[in-house]
Design a protein. Structure first.
Ligand code: NAP
Length: 284
């Protein structure tokens, strides 16, 4: 039976650190604040927003919500985002994506300054991750994976890590973060040959293909640490990961659950980014 790499204690540890920093800032008269921009009423955005609001409230981070009509056009949207970006009382900005088709993400992604870009939207932020620079904000999901590995003291130096995802929000930046820690990384995708053989040789396997319970026993060895990033709706209507949890948890050394694993940690990373952004803006 494997160790359950639960996200909740990781969240608790991050929150404890945030609370301390928020108090220190408040003592100096600074209130760290996240600006959240939502266009329309997508249920996924609202669910994520609710979890962020709850999280922020729990640690004393302020939030300001900017709700825009689904049919807003570029002429109205661009100056609106620029204004929020220039608002000195907002220290970190989250813009829910995907945006409606009339809003050109190729233009919009440059509007949030890297210093406020807590969700790694601006290509400058992603570029910094690829340069191995520590000053930018990496995407929250890869950072959540790294935080889980750190919390459970999974050694990365020299480890053979296989990431089954090559997207720019998960696989590619995660590869860079693992490389920074001297892991040997393999990025896999839908055209990878003999995927089960590749994965079964790894010390660490990260799955993020978005296919419910896709990965069975043949993908992992007994010593593997498995981090399941997938969030899927399963047949019974509940949420499940990419890994067949019941089977694989009988075999591997450690496995993160879904729900209660990476997703839980992702929000706390986002909130921690607000603190870091705020510190940078006040040169603390
Ligand atoms: P995406 O852009 O669709 O990327 C999926 C990746 O999986 C692609 O690299 C794709 O390969 C690869 N893939 C798909 N089927 C495969 C197969 N049969 N074998 C090997 N590789 C395969 O999705 P995403 O935005 O990165 O998200 C992936 C999953 O992570 C989703 O379930 C999403 O809900 C979840 N997610 C979770 C969090 C969190 O906080 N926990 C955050 C973001 C996303 P190709 O490139 O060749 O198509």
């Amino acid at each position: 039976m494997s160790e359950v790499l639960n996200g909740r204690p990781v969240v608790a540890a991050i929150q404890q650190g945030i609370k301390l920093e928020v108090q220190q800032m408040k003592d100096k008269g600074i209130i760290p604040t996240m600006g959240i921009i939502r266009v329309g009423n997508r249920p996924e955005d609202i669910a994520y927003e609710n979890s962020i609001l709850k999280h922020c409230e729990g640690v004393g981070v302020m939030t300001e919500l900017f709700l825009l009509e689904e049919d807003i056009d570029m002429t109205a949207f661009v100056p609106f985002v620029k204004e929020i970006n220039e608002n000195s009382s907002i220290h970190g900005i989250l813009l829910f994506r995907p945006l409606p088709p009339q809003l050109d993400i190729e233009v919009i992604k440059h509007l949030i300054s890297p210093i406020k870009d807590i969700d790694c939207m601006n290509p400058i932020s992603l570029g910094r991750v690829f340069e191995g620079m520590q000053e930018g904000f990496a995407p929250c999901t890869p950072k959540a994976v790294m935080e889980i590995l750190k919390y459970y003291e999974v050694p990365l130096v020299g480890a053979n890590a296989v990431i089954i995802n090559s997207s720019s929000v998960v696989g590619r930046p995660l590869g860079m973060l693992m490389l920074d820690q001297k892991a040997t990384i393999t990025l896999c995708h839908s055209k990878t040959r003999n995927l089960s053989d590749v994965a079964a040789n790894a010390d660490i396997v990260v799955t993020a293909v978005g296919k419910p319970q896709f990965f069975g026993l043949e993908y992992f060895n007994e010593n593997a640490i498995v981090i399941d990033v997938g969030i899927n709706e399963c047949e019974d209507g509940g949420i499940c990961g990419d890994v067949n949890y019941d089977q694989v948890s009988q075999k591997v050394r450690g496995l993160s659950p879904v729900p209660g694993g990476v997703g839980a940690v992702t929000t706390s990373i986002l909130v921690r980014h607000v603190i870091e952004a705020c510190k940078k803006q006040f040169k603390l």
